[in-house]
Write a protein that binds this ligand. Structure first.
Ligand SMILES: Cc1cc2nc3c(=O)[nH]c(=O)nc-3n(C[C@H](O)[C@H](O)[C@H](O)COP(=O)(O)OP(=O)(O)OC[C@H]3O[C@@H](n4cnc5c(N)ncnc54)[C@H](O)[C@@H]3O)c2cc1C
Length: 429
């Protein structure tokens, strides 16, 4: 089967525009000293410019206001956006809003689209995805314990969630809750829209994390108690018990979008690594002249190239065969890409010495963010298990007690196979 990740020259022009725009207009936002009001004032004209360029919310199909570009093109765009934490919000596809908008676009009712999706896409409101719980293992979501029980025309929700990103500032949350306790493990849960100001929704705190997002304008990962939260029956997304099915549709492309953004982060750290190696001298030569540093550069370049090709390949499988067909590819790049990201930033910190460890460079912040990549949207270990299972499904145990490649067994078989010819050769001689 041939692979083709190529894109047309017109699209390359858009990417060129994005590279310059992100570097010149978005990077400065990272170091701008302002409050949220000032920040929002600063980003509005940039968002307007992105809309003018028809690059806003490109993850969605045209009828929903996106460009319907598909995952390969999206990958190339996210690679540019991922270099800085603020670019996704300027391009209208920041997590978790982008994933939530996909859920509503594909599974929401017309009313839900009108009330929640449209304003979300216009950047007027914000959302959160509330699945993980402190008291059950998030890596095995079949253990979810938050419940929603129907009382007439109203769902009554009770439970405890945490790491609900942007939960404190969200205008609505999509809560993953158990509605069918008697059903099979993967048919017990449903997704329900919960308005951010619903009575009984107790937003306890933003959990302080390594990345320190809780300090930034209320963005962060919140702990939330649902105490007899009552929402209309119609807030159910899709059908009862479809929670896992919808989550799969949301998390598949969502995971690959993270991997695409990591390419941009890794690239930025790599650029810093290379530049510093040419700038700083130690022991009579530039750092770039030391073999260990050359190894870092070569290893990083090779690993980044591998991650890029794996990401684009997974994106291409989604585009050509659908998200379900790309399960193995998505899991492979999720754990591989997270390690590449971490290792490249780590080497970039190392080459800068104490400067790299300091907040005078963005590397230490990038490093703290990168650590979470090995956990969110499923920890490394779970993705490895998934890849191994899918790989092993293509294998059978060899018959008998020896491996298929056992040399003495093969030798005996080869002797038998060629016995007549070998005998003739002896006779001829
Ligand atoms: C920055 C960040 C943002 C997040 N945003 C959201 C969000 O918006 N909404 C939301 O609902 N959740 C969110 N999460 C939660 C995230 O999805 C969970 O942390 C993740 O699914 C793991 O669940 P857990 O933390 O409960 O770990 P646990 O399930 O307790 O697992 C702990 C560890 O056990 C190990 N482990 C688990 N399974 C296996 C296995 N099969 N084999 C070997 N080892 C295993 C892994 O090392 C794993 O890290 C976020 C997390 C982070 C860090």
């Amino acid at each position: 089967m041939g692979w083709d990740f190529s894109t047309e020259p017109e699209f390359e022009k858009k990417l060129e525009w994005m590279r310059a725009f992100v570097r010149e207009e978005v990077y400065p936002l990272e170091v701008l000293d302002t409050d949220e009001v000032g920040f929002m004032r600063a980003i509005r004209p940039l968002q307007a410019e992105v809309k003018k360029q028809k690059l806003w919310a490109t993850h969605l199909p045209p009828e929903l206001g996106g460009q319907g570009y598909g995952q390969v093109k999206l990958g190339l765009m996210h690679e540019i956006e991922g270099a800085t934490v603020w670019a996704p919000i300027i391009f209208g596809n920041q997590a978790p809003d982008s994933g939530n908008s996909e859920v509503l676009a594909h599974f929401g009712s017309e009313d839900q689209k009108k009330r929640w999706l449209r304003p979300l896409l216009d950047g007027q409101i914000r959302s959160a995805f509330s699945m993980t719980e402190p008291n059950t293992a998030g890596s095995d979501p079949t253990l979810l314990s938050t419940t929603a029980v129907l009382d007439g025309d109203v769902w009554v929700i009770n439970g405890h969630k945490w790491f609900t990103s942007n939960g404190m500032i969200a205008d609505f949350l999509i809560a993953m809750v158990v509605t069918e306790p008697q059903a099979d493990a993967y048919e017990r849960a449903s997704m329900i829209i919960v308005p951010g100001d619903a009575p009984g929704l107790k937003k306890l705190r933003n959990i302080p994390t390594m990345a320190g997002e809780h300090e930034r304008f209320g963005y962060g990962h919140s702990e939330i108690v649902y105490e007899d939260v009552r929402v209309p029956k119609d807030n159910l997304i899709g059908e009862r018990g479809q929670g896992f099915l919808i989550a799969q549709a949301r998390l598949g492309p969502g995971r690959i979008h993270h991997c695409m953004r990591w390419l941009g982060q890794a690239r930025r750290a790599f650029d810093m690594l290379c530049e510093r190696s040419l700038q700083r001298e130690a022991f009579g030569k530039k750092l770039a002249g030391h073999e260990t540093v050359q190894n870092w550069i070569a290893d990083s370049a090779a690993e980044m190239q591998a991650a890029r090709l794996m990401t684009l390949h997974a994106a291409w499988v989604i585009d050509t065969q659908g998200a379900a067909a790309a399960r193995k590819e998505i899991s492979m790049i999720k754990f591989f890409g997270a390690k590449v990201l971490h290792d490249v930033i780590d080497r970039a910190i190392q080459i800068h010495g104490s400067l790299g460890y300091s907040s005078d460079l963005p590397l230490e912040e990038m490093y703290r963010h990168a650590r979470a990549a090995r956990m969110y949207d499923g920890p490394d270990e779970v993705h490895r298990v998934s890849v191994a299972r899918q790989v092993l499904a293509g294998y059978q145990p060899p018959k008998g007690i020896w491996p298929r490649e056992h040399v003495p067994t093969r030798k005996a078989a080869a002797q038998r196979k060629f016995a007549a010819l070998l005998e003739a050769a002896t006779t001829d001689a």
